[in-house]
Ligand binder design. Structure first.
Ligand SMILES: [Zn+2]
Length: 385
């Protein structure tokens, strides 16, 4: 190509790819504990007002309470604080309460708290987090060893299309950290895998008996196939490069205008399905609708589609030096085309993005042609919710 490409796909097995990710991993600074460094009351109130973190903010207050010495002089402020907290807690479970009203009393009370009490409450939170971290640090090596054993076993029984070498390498590239729920903006809330750096973050909120499941789910994201792209900065005299990921598993990132976000539901359905299978569990409450949609997609077309085709595509790495860089993905798409109609996987994804997984499930249960018709009809009538 003239002048060399600005973007080029690179093999996830190449040294260049591994170097780039290691560089990003070493610079990673996301991990933090709320209150360890100085935080303002306002920063706390913002978390109290955020629907995803409000519960954890209230927990911080409730857990701090027994550790504060209350003197008679403090009593009026303390009473105001307690009233606000109790009111907020009683409102917290009532549907229809506006979030801002829900936390107003507590926010006001926090503002009026003496600085020393506030500092004490933050210190209690940091202590509690550090205790959780210690336990977490002890469990992760066990969970990793058990995951490795189970996956090796599945590879041997030809249930997973990856090599033992890749498994080992991906484990080596991964760091598992516990995240403070007051800082975490985890996509799945309980956990998240950041493919750019190789960090798996797990929320402190995950109960002990759920930890293995959340961990295993995230580790399947770690093992899943990737399409990696090297971006060259032409304005830089040395053509500095950045590694980006166009695809992880079956999920395509919103990389640019030409490649919108795609197939997240499918990626999570497969990830959770593999997790259930590896742990030998009967079922799970995670991504239930997504898994049901996948199960229907396998059997509701003109002919059944083997699940293996999905699993092969999920684990496939894009290898730019091969004549066919993603044969398993091609085989999957063509099987879906044959069972339904050309382009059906994309049609289904468009529908899921506009109307949701549940509505898509209802259509596939009755007649998938109706779903296709809706997507392809210009003035698409909205589905009643
Ligand atoms: Zn996931």
């Amino acid at each position: 190509m003239e002048g060399g490409p600005r973007l080029s796909k690179i093999s996830p097995e190449s040294e260049e790819y591994k170097r780039g990710r290691k560089f990003d991993k070493d610079r990673w600074t996301h991990w933090n504990v709320f209150g360890k460094a100085a935080v303002s009351k306002q920063e706390f109130i913002e978390r109290l007002e955020n629907k995803d973190t409000a519960k954890y903010a209230l927990d911080l207050l409730r857990e701090g309470l027994p550790h504060v010495d209350i003197t008679p002089e403090m009593f009026p402020i303390w009473k105001e604080f307690m009233d606000g907290l109790l009111e907020s807690l009683s409102l917290a479970y009532q549907p229809g309460t506006v979030q801002s009203e829900r936390v107003k009393g507590v926010s006001n009370a926090v503002r009026s708290l003496p600085a020393e009490i506030w500092r004490k409450m933050l210190a209690v939170h940091v202590d509690k987090f550090e205790q959780k971290l210690e336990k977490f640090g002890e469990r992760i090596p066990e969970l990793m060893a058990s995951f490795e054993d189970k996956v090796l076993n599945a590879i041997e029984e030809k249930r997973l299309p990856i090599s033992p070498e890749l498994l080992k390498e991906r484990i080596q590239q991964t760091a598992v950290v516990l995240d403070d729920a007051l800082y975490a903006t985890l996509e799945e809330y309980s956990g998240q895998f950041d493919v750019g750096t190789g960090f798996v973050a797990i929320s402190e909120d995950v109960p002990d008996k759920q930890l293995e499941k959340v961990f295993t789910h995230e580790m399947f994201h770690v093992l899943s196939g990737r399409t990696a792209v090297l971006e060259r900065d032409r304005t830089d005299p040395e053509w500095a490069t950045t590694t980006k990921h166009q695809r992880v598993g079956t999920r395509f990132a919103a990389y640019d205008a030409m490649t919108p976000r795609r197939f997240r539901w499918l990626n999570e359905a497969l990830t959770e399905g593999l997790t259930i299978q590896l742990l030998g569990e009967e079922t799970s409450n995670s991504y239930r609708d997504e898994r049901q949609l996948l199960a229907l997609l396998l059997k509701r077309g003109k002919k059944p589609i083997p699940q293996e085709l999905f699993v092969n595509a999920y684990f496939e790495n894009y290898e730019p030096d091969q004549a066919a860089p993603i044969p398993a993905w091609k085989a999957l798409v063509s099987a879906i085309d044959d069972a339904y109609e050309p382009g059906f996987l994309l049609t289904l994804d468009k529908f899921v993005q506009s109307d949701g997984v549940k509505a898509a499930t209802d259509f596939i249960k009755t007649d998938w042609r109706l779903l296709s018709w809706r997507v392809h009809t210009k003035n698409m009538p909205r589905v009643a919710i």
